[in-house]
Design a protein around this ligand. Sequence first.
Ligand code: HEM
Length: 228
Amino acid sequence: MAEREYSESTDRIVATEPVEIRRYATHTRINHWFTAILIVLLILSGFALFHPSLFFLTALFGGGQAARFIHPIFGVVACISFLLLFLQLWKLNLMRREDITWARNINEMLAGNEEKLPELGKYNFGQKVVFWGMFWLLLAMVVSGVMIWQQFFPSLVSIEVRRWAVAIHALSAVLSVLIIIVHVYASLWTRGTLRAMVGGRVSGGWAWKHHRKWLREVARRQDTPPAE
Ligand code: HEM
């Protein structure tokens, strides 16, 4: 079996004209969009409880009590869903030397000279930072969230620890909203990226321009005959 360092086993070159590359299998896309929808619901129900001026958002969930009940449930389901995505993608998000060189010279990319930067695997430095940021913040939110979930865990921690948990929960929530804004902006800013998560495929040109090492590996793997 050919070694896989930069790609998933489901990534494929599709012999269309012009050529396309399959970047996400259907189950990964369903997993991504299910997580995204839950996180949006989580943010809306969380903001509804965050400050009285945002209380009107509770109307979306059937009132204050209902929003308070459903918010932690959205949180647990979103974390499980993200965990499934995490298990599929974490290896491809490990930092590599070329990512650091790429980040140091990011001005070349912004100036449209991506050719001067090192060839990249499936994800770039920015995507990897977003990935690990989401991971650590969701972890902080689920742990602190359970500590303040009084309906089911009324005496899990002391009042002092609970106060810290509330502060950590709110701070992680604000940071994760910022990260999600960056994530959505970046996926719209780089033309041709959104279709990777919608239809599952990118153009050959997109792959060559932004993730050439990934493309080379997928091509090499397809050239290799299956192991006996
Ligand atoms: C709500 C609007 C969102 C949009 C429009 C969006 C769009 C995208 C797109 C286009 C990609 C493919 C990027 C590529 O293959 O280069 C992607 C990847 C990804 N998205 Fe989203 N996304 C959204 C929300 C979220 C949320 C809420 C999460 C999780 C908290 C999330 C987690 C991920 C992960 C883990 C990847 C794979 C990238 C990586 O592993 O580094 N996305 N997203």
